[in-house]
Design a protein around this ligand. Structure first.
Ligand code: C5P
Ligand code: MG
Length: 155
C-alpha cells in the first residue's frame, strides 16, 4: 500500500504500524509539522492495538483536521514527495498514487509531485517516504511567500 494505492507487484507490504503506508504517514507528519502539532506517533501511537493493520487514511484525515483547527485560513497548495524503494518499480503507478493522494487532501492531481528513487541496492528491504507540503495562509509564511513543512517515514 502506497499513497492509499495497492501496489500489486510488491513482494510484501512494509512491516509497520497500521497498514504500513509510508507515504500517507510522511504526508500526515508533514501536515502536523506545519503547525508544530507533533507527529503521528504522538497522536496515533503504535502501542495502541486499535491501530494495528489500520487503514492510514483516517490518520491523514486526523492530521488535516488538527491543522485546520490550528489555522483556519491555511490552505494546502502542494504536496511534494520522494519515495525510495528498490523494487518494485513505481513509475507505472505514479498517476494512480498522485490521483489518490490528491483526492485525499483535496488538491488537483497536478499539485501532487512524486519522485521515485532506488537506494541503488544499498537498502533493498527498505522503503522510505519524505514529503514536503506547502500552504497558503500559514502563520509560518514569510512576507510574500508560502509556508512549507516536511515529514519523513520509514517502517
Ligand atoms: O533511483 P534512480 O534514479 O536510479 O531511479 C531511476 C528511475 O527509476 C527513475 O526514473 C525513477 O522514477 C524510477 N523508479 C521507479 N520505481 C522505483 C524506483 C525508481 O519507477 N521503485
Ligand atoms: Mg539510478
Amino acid at each position: 500500500m502506497l499513497g492509499s494505492v495497492t501496489i500489486p507487484d510488491a513482494p510484501r507490504g512494509a512491516d509497520a504500524h497500521s497498514d504500513g503506508d509510508v507515504l500517507i504517514h510522511a504526508l500526515s507528519d508533514a501536515i502536523l509539522s506545519s503547525f508544530a502539532l507533533g507527529d503521528i506517533g504522538m497522536h496515533f501511537p503504535d502501542s495502541d492495538p486499535a491501530f494495528d493493520g489500520m487503514d492510514s487514511t483516517p490518520i491523514l484525515q486526523g492530521a488535516l483536521g488538527m491543522a485546520r483547527a490550528a489555522q483556519r485560513d491555511a490552505h494546502l497548495i502542494q504536496v511534494v514527495a520522494v519515495v525510495t524503494l528498490d523494487e518494485p518499480k513505481l513509475g507505472v503507478h505514479r498517476a494512480a498514487i498522485a490521483g489518490a493522494v490528491a483526492a485525499l487532501v483535496g488538491l488537483p492531481t497536478e499539485r501532487v509531485g512524486l519522485t521515485f528513487k532506488t537506494s541503488e541496492g544499498l537498502a533493498p528491504d527498505h522503503v522510505q517516504a519524505r514529503v514536503v507540503v506547502s500552504w497558503d495562509g500559514s502563520p509560518a509564511r514569510a512576507p510574500g511567500g508560502g509556508g512549507t513543512a516536511s515529514g519523513s517515514q520509514a517502517p
